[in-house]
Ligand binder design. Structure first.
Ligand code: FES
Length: 319
């Protein structure tokens, strides 16, 4: 089948320093992956095309790039799964990291954040005589998160990182969870307290992009939610993030509906006037969309609130 590879090119040595799209038309086989096509282009059409790859089997994590608007592994993506005969593939470097050349991005920022969460086992107590032993039952739940191949695909498509470079990001937070939840690690509380800071576990907006694009099913966002739950269990100091979670649940318990103005007031505190004033444009939008009641500012409890409160009571008992 014929496929056009429209590749975003960038040459740091060019005078204009502008990126541009270049088309390559290829004959591909049904078994060809996007990476096969790119290698074919580099080997027989344009040797200046720059990309990273190694294992060609979704193991090394080096061929992350955006294909038709979504980050993925080029070696895991068949051309035939993306376009019909004669179609065009749009191939770009990953987002949220600087581009070095063509499809190669600078991963240093990515690794720096991974190092920040201290991704190694920190057991407490005396050194065991042999290896650290853990039962398979206590480790089984970590299999998914240990499957991370550090490809950076989740970081590329993280919508928080687009606006906040300080955010640790899904890969580093999932890696942190891997050690917080490891029964052999003795430093979970310190780790959680470190994540209870700006840029840490509370800054994820749960957009699900990291879950959608991960080629290994790591489920980074779910790990971040699990970190939050563990943080609450360990009584991390109150921050806007932890208060937001507590107040959110409490408002639902009291009113059965999310009261956004009340959420802002209780999360930031009535005394935090500058912060509350900064929400006025959002409040106007919320009002237009019916999220603020027509009469008064705060919502009343919905009819049937007792049933909601019963759910909360049952949940508390089951804990
Ligand atoms: S080349 Fe190794 S993961 Fe794609």
């Amino acid at each position: 089948m014929q496929a056009t590879f429209r590749i975003r090119r960038f040459n740091p040595e060019s005078e204009s320093l502008a990126s541009y799209d270049q088309d390559y038309v290829l004959e591909t086989q049904p078994s060809d992956t996007v990476l096969d096509g790119l290698i074919k282009i580099r080997e027989s059409i344009d040797e200046s095309l720059t990309l990273r790859c190694s294992c060609r089997g979704s193991i090394c994590g080096s061929c992350g790039m955006r294909i038709n608007g979504e980050a993925t592994l080029a070696c895991k993506t068949k051309v035939i799964s993306m376009i019909a005969d004669g179609g065009t593939l749009h191939i770009e470097p990953m987002k949220n990291m600087p581009v070095i050349k063509d499809l190669v991005t600078d991963m240093e920022g990515f690794w720096e954040k991974i190092r920040k969460v201290q991704p190694w086992l920190q057991p407490k107590g005396p050194e065991p005589k042999g290896e650290y032993v853990a039962s398979s039952e206590s480790m089984g739940h970590l299999t998914g998160v240990m499957g991370c191949i550090m490809c950076g695909v989740c970081v590329s498509d993280c919508t928080v990182l687009e606006v906040d470079r300080n955010f640790l990001g899904p890969a580093a937070l999932a890696k942190s969870y891997r050690f917080v939840a490891d029964p052999r690690d003795g430093n979970a509380k310190t780790r959680l307290f470190a994540l209870n800071t700006p840029g840490g576990m509370w800054d994820c907006t749960r957009c699900m992009e990291c879950v959608e694009v991960c080629p290994k099913g790591v489920g980074a966002m779910d790990r971040i939610m699990a970190l939050r739950a563990k943080g609450m269990e360990q009584h991390v100091p109150s921050t806007c993030g932890s208060r937001h979670a507590e107040v959110f649940a409490d408002i639902i318990r009291q009113k059965g509906v999310l009261d956004e103005p009340m959420l802002a007031v209780r999360t930031f505190g009535l005394g935090n006037i500058p912060q509350l004033l900064s929400f006025i444009p959002t409040m106007i939008q919320a009002f237009k969309r019916g999220k603020v009641p027509k009469i008064g500012i705060f919502h009343r409890a919905i009819p049937g609130i007792r049933s909601i409160q019963r759910i909360f009571r049952e949940m508390r008992k089951s804990r």
